[in-house]
Design a protein around this ligand. Sequence first.
Ligand code: KIV
Length: 290
Amino acid sequence: MTQNPAAQPGPGGAPAGRTLYGGKSSRRITVRDLTDAKERGEKWPMLTAYDAMTASVFDQAGIPVLLVGDSAGNCALGYETTVPVTLDEMVVLSSAVVRGTRRPLIVADLPFGSFQEGPTQALRSALRLVKEAGVGAVKLEGGERSHRQIELLVESGIPVMAHIGLTPQSVNTMGYRVQGRGEEAAQQLLRDAKAVQDAGAFSVVLELVPAELAAEVTRALQVPTIGIGAGPDCDAQVLVAPDMLGLTDGRVPRFVKKYADVRGVMENAARAFAEDVVGGTFPAEEHSVH
Ligand code: KIV
């Protein structure tokens, strides 16, 4: 029998029904709920989503936070990197994810080029995601270099998830390399983490950072850290959904755990359909109208 996680006592002593993962669906999760979870020591999962149907599956599975990441560039839009993704594209994908869900907090990425000019541009871009798409928060890349943008957004009433360590929008200067290795780089990562927290970010994604350093950042911050390739001690974990579902074509990063072979399932279904059509066994009588 499937158990309702909301009926179970919560991790870290949270009352039943108040846990982030699988809790009640009476209202949307808020950034305040995430801060409370850190205080209780409750870990939580986040997944990316780019369309209404997939987002509704993740909502049904009890995932409390969905990220409309600009990984949509690779995963949904057919680009090689996240760099070409536009704000218009993010508005369309984010509004679909909001419409497909009831409970999760929806966080949308500010894509490359939509906030680098400064705080005013960042605010203009974030307002589109909040007003047109209906997201509850935005995410933007960069530590100390993005603190002015974060400050203005938060002052304006827009919750911000920060993203430090490997920041894929900077692939042309940074490459896809582990960040924070060596004393100087580790100190910079700690400064970045404190800068985004001081600027008002409600959480921080740590991407591709040594596990020990991610643990140190997690201890040093009051706001939750969300790890991706950052070891087990972060407050939350995120994966790019097509990677963990086994939908991605080709290699995925080493830190990804594959939970399914959705690509294989879809390919087999498509082949079975094609063979039925070619062989004349579909549609059968029960699929026909008279
Ligand atoms: O765009 C994205 O999916 C992300 C995650 C890797 C955190 O930023």
